[in-house]
Design a protein around this ligand. Structure first.
Ligand SMILES: N[C@@H](CCC(=O)N[C@@H](CS)C(=O)NCC(=O)O)C(=O)O
Length: 242
């Protein structure tokens, strides 16, 4: 499916003259990494087509067979005038897309804020294990009865500290982490915002504003709507309560 431009910005960035982008994502109801990959293109109005491959079923093995050496989603397949490039990691995608589209604003413009935004993404990429394992993403649910355990609460406290620090240094009153422009750091923390909403985690008011901003971005809303329409169910992402 080829996406038309998002309403927030009427221009659409075309891939390099000879390039075409094909994004492969997992279940939009559950796949937090896929939301990151989607936002890295869609929120920056970069033209691409996409395909959804359900996780942990035989179709997923077919995806792996067709897209070696990728093992995970999101995967970005780039057709460069007949030559294929495979990018199978969201951080690598952020850097590749920034190289191809420096005008898109994937990273903030100032060197210090760019370094901070990259550190945010790297910390997200390699950390927050407790939050990830105890509060899996599920765009179809909002629970009322689940409270975070100690390790998960420590992850959430660290996230609230990071968000406050970014906003106070670079936010300038804008709605996103590094100001008025959505950047890769926002894309990387949007799935966290999704988990915080799904599990109705109690947050400081300014963190709640960040959750709302990330989830109300039109590209996140689009992903959510598709996830809500999906009929695949992964039992380990579902709890009985709520
Ligand atoms: N390093 C990857 C991680 C992606 C990842 O773990 N994706 C999950 C889906 S949310 C996946 O593909 N799982 C399939 C598997 O592990 O077999 C990235 O940043 O893109």
């Amino acid at each position: 499916m080829l996406c038309s431009p998002l309403l927030l910005d009427s221009r659409q960035l075309k891939p390099g003259v000879s390039m075409q982008y094909h994004l492969i994502i997992g279940n939009q109801a559950y796949s937090s990494w896929s939301l990151r990959g989607w936002l890295l293109l869609r929120a920056f109005n970069i033209e691409f087509e996409h395909e959804v491959v359900p996780l942990y079923v035989p179709e997923y093995d077919e995806f792996l067979a067709r897209n070696y050496p990728s093992r995970t989603v999101p995967t970005l397949r780039v057709n460069d005038d007949g030559n294929e490039m495979m990018i199978w990691d969201s951080l690598a995608m952020a850097e590749f897309l920034h190289e191809q589209h420096p005008e898109a604003g994937i990273w903030p413009t100032g060197i210090a804020e760019r370094a901070a935004a990259r550190s945010f993404c790297a910390e997200m990429h390699s950390g927050f294990d407790a939050l990830r394992s105890t509060m899996p993403m599920n765009v179809r649910r909002e629970y009322k009865t689940i409270t975070p355990d100690t390790e998960t609460r420590a992850d959430i406290d660290r996230i609230e500290d990071l968000w406050r620090w970014a906003r106070s240094n670079w936010g300038g009153g804008g709605r996103y982490l590094f100001g008025e422009h959505f950047c890769a750091a926002d894309a990387f923390f949007a799935p966290v915002a999704s988990r915080l909403r799904t599990y109705q985690v109690s947050l400081k008011p300014e963190s709640q504003c960040t959750v709302e901003a990330l989830l109300n971005h039109p590209a996140t809303v689009e992903f959510y709507e598709a996830g809500k329409r999906e009929t695949w169910v992964l039992e380990f992402n579902e709890f009985d309560q709520g």
